[in-house]
Design a protein around this ligand. Structure first.
Ligand code: FAD
Length: 416
């Protein structure tokens, strides 16, 4: 009889894992605390971006972060709180923010992104799996000389990693986006990046998995486990206990909390970001765009939609949204596109979600020493979509106990 896998969390990581586990012949049940319509895997920018081989924890970010904290509209903010988890995460984050860590992380981040991209390409070929996948490349705009020098460094590193990347001057950049008036010095062009429409990806996946017999238990929070020695025997949610041969923990930013129920430590904080999406808007852009100084993402997608998103706000998971940050995103777009006067939408049209931020910017993917049938897959920070399909593939290999498609030791959950 097929073995039963319980997946905790129905975001992109949980659903990608379900995809490959059902394909490998397991009986799969996904448990999620919500109705799976609005979480972090929906309103994000939808970039599939091997270009992002630099983790969040970088040498400059701490100093820059302190400066940004003084500005309510800035792209990065840590809400000061006397919280033990936040303090310990912060200390580990600072410890990781070194050149050596950035260098060590580049190859694993590139490899999992390329694996993931191949998986998305194969999904895009499947019948009934339409998620507006467009391998159209990404432009990373810069406005200042300092950012240009930084872009030149990134270009060298990207080319060294074998990523198809070029540096465009102002005229070349303008030619790439002929319908917009651009105020920037130039851009990096990452030809190998792709754009997808996350809301469609999630609904397509959900439909596909249902059709393949994957079961969904929505609006049920996992509150505990049945254990026997080094085995998880069951998962408690609501009134029920779900018997399990294998458990996958993919609960996004809440994974740390769930892991604590098993006395496991998974350093994690929520990095809140916001986005607004317009349909049939007058902003005629083609490529996925990052405004590097403003840390804003612009995603033209699914034919008639454009999404503006950004900010990284390390805050408690129930703090009310701060609309000044959304205002900050829209105002910074105008600095690069002077003709764009994007209206501030009503509060109920603003989406926000919490990126599951590990302390060193690398995901946690692997097994733990304590429970041999538990697989952890979380902590993807700002890259959960990009690394999602690949993570699902790796999770299925871990559960099956077969060799992984790539070296996953840098992602081991119990690293210190
Ligand atoms: C503004 C913004 C833009 C972004 N842009 C990009 C991008 O362009 N490319 C990219 O790769 N990434 C991007 N990201 C990051 C990406 O969205 C996340 O990394 C990704 O969605 C995380 O997926 P996940 O499955 O780990 O978590 P989630 O999507 O948060 O899913 C976790 C699920 O677990 C459930 N859950 C929690 N606790 C429990 C429990 N106790 N029991 C049962 N279920 C539980 C939750 O309800 C949730 O549905 C962006 C994020 C933001 C905020």
């Amino acid at each position: 009889m097929a073995e039963q896998v319980i997946i905790i969390g129905g975001g992109i990581i949980g659903l990608s894992s379900a995809f490959y586990l059902q394909e490998a012949g397991y009986k799969v049940t996904v448990i999620d605390s919500t109705d799976m319509q609005q979480g972090c895997s929906y309103g994000n920018a939808g970039y599939v971006c091997p270009s992002h081989f630099v983790p969040l924890a970088t040498p400059g970010i701490v100093k820059q972060g302190i400066k940004w904290m003084m500005n309510a509209k800035s792209p990065f903010y840590i809400q000061p709180r006397l919280n033990r988890d936040l303090i310990s995460w912060g200390l580990q984050f600072m410890k990781s923010a070194t050149h050596a860590h950035v260098e060590r992380s580049a190859v694993p981040l590139r490899d999992i992104a390329l694996l993931s991209k191949r998986m998305y390409e194969s999904w895009a070929e499947l019948p009934d799996m339409d998620f507006a996948y467009e391998p159209k490349g990404m432009l990373e705009f810069f406005k200042t000389e300092e950012s240009m020098r930084h872009a030149e460094e990134t270009l060298k590193e990207a080319q060294h990693l074998g990523l198809d990347t070029s540096l465009l001057n102002k005229a070349e950049l303008q030619a790439m986006e002929p319908h917009a008036e651009i105020d920037a010095l130039g851009a990096l062009y990452f030809a190998g990046d792709a754009q997808l429409y996350p809301n469609k990806l999630m609904s397509s996946l959900l439909g596909w998995l249902r059709q393949k017999g994957v079961l969904f238990e929505m609006n049920q929070s996992v509150t505990g486990f049945i254990t026997e020695g080094d085995q998880l025997k069951g998962v408690k949610a609501g009134e029920r206990i779900y018997a399990a041969d294998h458990v996958v923990l993919a609960a996004g930013v809440w994974s740390g909390e769930v892991a604590r129920q098993l006395n496991l430590r998974l350093p994690m904080v929520g990095g809140r970001g916001y986005s607004v999406t317009f349909e049939n808007a007058p902003y005629k852009l083609f490529h996925s765009i990052i405004l590097s100084e403003a840390r804003v993402a612009i995603s033209p997608m699914d034919g008639n939609k454009i999404r503006f998103g950004g900010t990284m706000e390390i805050t408690s998971l129930n703090a009310p949204p701060r609309m000044q940050r959304v205002q900050g995103i829209l105002e910074s777009v105008k600095r690069y596109f002077p003709a764009y006067d994007i209206p501030m939408p009503a509060a109920d049209k603003v989406w926000y979600g919490y990126r599951p931020c590990s302390a060193d910017g690398l995901p946690y993917i692997g097994k733990t020493d304590k429970y041999r049938n538990l697989t952890i897959a979380t902590g993807h920070s700002m890259l959960g979509i990009s690394l999602g399909a690949g993570t699902g593939k790796l999770v299925s290999e871990l559960v099956q106990n077969v060799p992984a498609s790539m070296d996953i030791t840098p992602f081991r959950p119990q690293r210190r």
